[in-house]
Design a protein around this ligand. Structure first.
Ligand code: EPZ
Length: 430
């Protein structure tokens, strides 16, 4: 199994290209199931999760081709990919595939809306929390679907071949359920109003994509989304937005090691709350023509309290990285996780580097230390593992991060991007 070896202590300086967002690319790829025409997506990141979803879509009969010039002219960087779901050959998503990636459950929306039926495995548990699918099922039932759950599968059928628009109020904000209901309602008969919908930028990107395909969606990015159903959707060409979590991660890395880095292609409006918090820790953040510049020179890291919540608040997907930064702050900070109940697995590993963290329910109290010392650590999930990388960059001596496959799910060319800015970081294969 690959490992990442880091020798900490170097400041970061230079520029880092920000990739297309994993969490935008995945629902856009799934939207290809809604049409028999072709959907071309630009700026799709080259990640293990994207490759896995290509396999899952292939099982339903979706063809794809990687086309055009490579955007960075280098193998492995974000690409333009065309998807064609002309013939859907199977409306079942089996356990073996869905259990590998939770987002693949989302195929239930387009399959049901276009084919009138879908049989999709329950995604099962997940390291960061129980993550049920009740909101998906309740929402699809509101659109007139009959739903059965049997032997680990959700079996969904439309009554007269088509979903029917309705008003649905989410009892809790869910990114995935908002994606799915927006896709399903696009092909429903009549109007759907989704209230208390997720407002994440990835929702807006999907709505833009669906509208380019001929859907009639308004209000995406607010808590109320209105969808006027159409009979069929066509092809389109859409660009994946820059990854706000990758942006925030590298911004925190610079805030921690010190230095001066431009995050090329990053959009501040996608993560304003996180950027404000990073500024409060003592880093200087400015918008440039090409992206976001992050600097910290000399000043120590100030402690700042953070609570995760749905967009536009501070994202749960940056919580672990922020905790990494706070381990070296000049004082105590409190980090409260409100989205997932078990998203503190990085605490034990950060402690191996010398961090002082105590847990009290959903809050971590981080007592900053003057220095961390490198050690072997274990990646437990995608965002937790990158928090260990950030901490390793600032720690004295050598840190080895094991189980790197977690990182490969969501960070494109991490070692290359960081070593390009002066970090001593390498992948050790085998
Ligand atoms: C998306 O997951 C992201 N994944 C996650 O990123 C992210 O952490 C999360 O949104 C929150 O921002 C993708 O976009 C692929 P939710 P999702 O439904 O959609 C509960 C990463 O590291 N809930 O918004 O699965 C749920 O348990 C990943 O890139 C129900 O109770 O998250 C959670 O507590 C990890 N019932 C809360 O809602 C449901 O039916 C929010 O989850 C659905 C969700």
């Amino acid at each position: 199994m690959d490992r990442i070896r880091i020798v900490g202590g170097n400041k970061l300086a230079g520029s880092i290209p920000i990739s297309g967002a994993k969490n935008a690319a995945l629902p856009l790829m799934i939207a290809s199931l809604l049409t028999d025409d072709t959907l071309t997506l630009e700026n799709v990141p080259h990640l293990a999760d994207v490759e896995q979803l290509i396999r899952i879509l292939g099982n339903h009969g979706v063809d794809y081709s990687v086309n055009g010039r490579r955007e960075k002219q280098q193998e492995g960087y974000s690409r333009t990919i065309t998807f064609s779901a002309r013939n859907i050959v199977d409306t079942t998503a089996p356990y073996e595939l869905v259990s590998k990636m939770r987002a693949s459950f989302w195929v239930i929306g387009p399959l049901l809306a276009r084919m009138g039926e879908a049989k999709v495995s329950l995604p099962g548990g997940c390291a960061i929390g129980t993550r049920p699918v009740d909101l998906f099922l309740e929402g699809l039932q509101a659109l007139g679907a009959d739903i059965d759950v049997d032997t680990g599968y959700v079996i969904a059928k439309t009554r007269n071949g088509r979903l029917v628009g309705n008003r649905y109020v989410f009892p809790k904000v869910s990114v995935g359920a908002t994606h799915v209901l927006m896709m399903a309602a696009s092909l429903a008969k009549g109007e759907t109003v989704l209230e208390n919908a997720a407002r994440e930028p990835e929702i807006v990107n999907l709505a833009e994509c669906l509208n380019a395909m001929g859907a009639k969606i308004s209000g995406a990015g607010t808590a109320t989304i209105t969808i006027d159903g159409v009979e069929a959707l066509s092809g389109a060409r859409v660009r994946v937005i820059p990854d706000r979590i990758e942006t925030g991660t590298y911004a925190m890395a610079v805030a921690m090691t010190g230095g001066d880095v431009v995050l090329e292609g990053a959009r501040p409006d996608l993560l304003q709350t996180a950027l404000d918090i990073i500024s409060q820790t003592g880093a200087e953040i400015t918008q440039t023509n090409s992206g976001i510049r992050v600097r910290r020179n000399g000043a120590g890291i100030s402690p700042v309290d953070v609570t995760t919540a749905p967009f536009p608040a501070f994202p749960t997907d940056l919580q672990a990285q922020f905790m990494g930064l706070m381990t070296m702050a000049k004082g105590k900070s409190r980090i409260t996780e409100t989205i997932f109940e078990n998203r503190f697995m990085h605490v034990q590993e950060l402690a191996r580097l010398g961090a002082h963290i105590t847990l009290s329910g959903q809050t971590a109290i981080v007592d900053g230390v003057a220095k961390l010392k490198g050690a072997p650590v274990m990646a437990t999930d995608l965002r937790a593992s990158v928090s260990l990388v950030i901490a390793g960059l600032a720690a004295e001596g050598e840190t080895t991060v094991n189980r790197v496959y977690h990182l490969d799910r969501g960070f494109e060319r991490l070692e290359e991007k960081l070593s390009g800015c002066g970090a001593e970081i390498e992948r050790i294969s085998g």
